[in-house]
Design a protein around this ligand. Structure first.
Ligand code: ZN
Ligand code: ZN
Length: 588
């Protein structure tokens, strides 16, 4: 008998005997939850007071006028905030909290510990000059129409006055930065100037501010622009004789992985799993390609090198794609197909009251991605969730062709599974059933991405696409992207992987185009750990499901597993797993 139902069974047997004890227990639980709910509200209030810029991004505009100067005093404030709340958390008895509050507890605790680690050990504030850039929030204040333009401009003005002090503190902080982050800081800060030089004058012209107010604002904007230009000049003049390496090194990498991914596996374990997975996927692709070769390339001799054969076949099959002007229609037409399949196979319940709204992507997103989900922020309760579908209108024929080969007939279906149903969109609908402000702010990215990646395989396993070998081959190619991203990230940051080795991995083993591989080489030097989140989440969910299957045998029900799993919201997989096997307290 497996653990989950075993616990339940015992519970029923002892119910009569422990009635009164259980009553007290329930009361203690309810009162802990009430106290914790109050605590959470206070925590969020204080979080925004401590991090006003973050608050503005999340749609909480009380602190729009405040730009924190990143000096020693601010650092002390952040440390004090984290230590205080870690103490407050320690006063709760985790076992007495509801499932939703238990996961919230762990998310808050992780955030606080991560902050202390970032300030005391990681120290990106010293080596990453691109951490300092003010233009983003200012742009949000001009573009987003959450308040009267005049109110937004008044806050803009107050915020603007702190810009020179902000960059002075930035210069104080920076010590031996990496070359690539210095370069990025120069590009991004120069790129942000248009907010003050173009967008601001436009907004001022439309506003009802007095001439005197407009002039004062303009003057402070000029001082801010001067401070940004001075920062850029200062960065350009840094000697860079022996710059810090962009590679994190193993110790920092493992720690960052633990805080950012919150996985039950270590980074090294995930790296090993990704390596093994890559090999297994290659074998499957070679087998499929072998059988499909005659159908697609009968005149051509099979290359001796198996992966070269796979590549040629992928290139050939990629030619099957929709016409540029029916890209949107093709995506829209697939949504009901996916829904129908999920119902037929009884894979999970889709809430019929929340149909997915497909829309053409808004102009400000144009050209970014083929399709994406946009969900309302934690403070935008009335907002809708949309499936944004890009249009290829205005693209050059070459650009459209290359894009459509990438998002060919097969990959397009996998993209829809990932982004919409039963991927991101479905996960979002489930997580909204147990709403949590904490998960809206601190939700676990690896769980969210992992679920979407898991559903791609799950749909195919259940026969979506009639087990067409072409679809499986393309699926594996798509899956190799997240797998090889994980290998790349770990190998670059902990093992000195060279550019040549990286390009070889991405182009010859993950079948990517040169431009994509080059872009990835840049991204992996600028970021760390984030590239592993997709594969890690996927692997954890998949392994957990297989474990449950083994334990439950014939009693395993895929639909029940999916629904229970999603019911915990965007919590780290290790905690969901622990709660589903009722052993949460043993996790830490
Ligand atoms: Zn074509
Ligand atoms: Zn995704």
């Amino acid at each position: 008998m497996y653990k989950y139902f075993f616990t339940l069974f015992i519970g029923i047997g002892l119910l009569a005997a422990c009635q009164s004890e259980k009553g007290q227990d329930e009361q203690a639980k309810a009162s802990q939850d009430t106290t914790f709910n109050t605590y959470k509200e206070a925590f969020v209030e204080e979080l925004w007071a401590t991090y006003p810029t973050w608050a503005s991004y999340e749609g909480f505009h009380k602190y729009d006028s405040v730009l924190r100067v990143p000096d020693e005093a601010t650092k002390k404030k952040e440390i004090a905030f984290s230590e205080k709340h870690l103490k407050q958390l320690a006063e709760f008895d985790i076992k007495q909290l509801s499932d939703n509050n238990q996961t919230d507890f762990y998310l808050i605790e992780n955030q606080l510990k991560k902050t202390l680690w970032q300030l005391n050990d990681y120290k990106a504030y010293q080596w990453n000059p691109s951490n300092y850039n003010v233009s983003g929030t200012f742009a949000v204040m001009l573009i987003n129409d959450y308040d009267a333009l005049e109110t937004r401009l008044e806050n803009f003005h107050k915020r603007l006055q702190q810009v020179p002090a902000y960059y002075a503190a930035a210069k104080e902080n920076i010590q031996n930065p990496t070359e690539i982050h210095t370069q990025l800081a120069i590009e991004q800060n120069l790129g942000g100037l248009s907010v003050f030089e173009i967008d601001l004058p436009d907004a001022l012209a439309k506003s009802n501010l007095s001439e005197a107010q407009k002039e004062a604002l303009q003057e402070d904007a000029e001082a801010a622009v001067a401070a940004i230009n001075d920062y850029v000049a200062w960065l350009k003049a840094l000697p860079m004789e022996n710059p810090r390496s962009f590679r994190l090194g193993e110790a920092l990498y493992e720690a960052k992985f633990n805080y950012n991914i919150q996985s039950g596996y270590s980074a090294e374990e995930i790296y090993q799993k990704a390596q093994a997975h890559k090999k297994a996927v290659h074998q499957k692709m070679i087998t499929i390609a072998d059988t499909l070769w005659g159908k697609y390339l009968p005149e051509q001799a099979k290359p001796k090198e198996p992966l070269a054969m796979v590549r040629q076949l992928i290139d050939k099959i990629s030619l099957k794609h929709v016409a540029p002007d029916s890209f949107q229609l093709a995506i829209e037409a697939q949504i009901p197909e996916l829904e129908k399949f999920i119902k037929e196979k009884d894979l999970l319940t889709l809430d019929p009251t929340k149909p997915l709204e497909v829309r053409r992507e808004p102009d400000y997103m144009a050209g970014v991605a083929g399709a994406s989900i946009s969900a309302p922020g934690p403070y935008d309760k009335e907002g809708n969730t949309y499936y944004n579908v890009g249009s290829l209108a205005g693209w050059s024929p070459e650009r459209a062709e290359s894009y459509l080969r990438e998002y060919n007939h097969y990959i397009l279906q996998i993209l829809n599974i990932h982004e919409a149903i039963p991927g991101h969109y479905t996960q979002l609908v489930y997580s909204n059933q147990s709403p949590s402000i904490i998960k809206a702010i601190l939700g676990n990215g690896a769980m969210i991405e992992g679920w979407a990646v898991y559903t791609e395989l799950m749909m195919l396993e259940n026969g979506y696409g009639n087990n067409e070998p072409e679809l499986w081959l393309m699926y594996y190619k798509w899956n190799l992207r997240s797998t090889c991203n994980t290998i790349l990230d770990y190998a670059v940051h902990t093992q000195e992987m060279t550019k040549e080795e990286a390009l070889d991995l991405l182009m010859n083993e993950a079948f990517q185009q040169k431009a994509e591989a080059e872009g990835k080489w840049r991204r992996v030097r600028l970021t760390s750990v984030q590239l592993t989140s997709y594969f890690t989440g996927y692997q954890e969910i998949y392994d957990f499901r297989e474990e449950m299957k083994d334990q439950q045998g014939d009693d395993f029900n895929l639909k029940a597993f999916h629904e229970q799993f999603l019911g915990y919201g965007s919590a780290p997989v290790k905690y969901i797993k622990a709660m589903m096997t009722s052993a949460l307290t043993e996790v830490e």
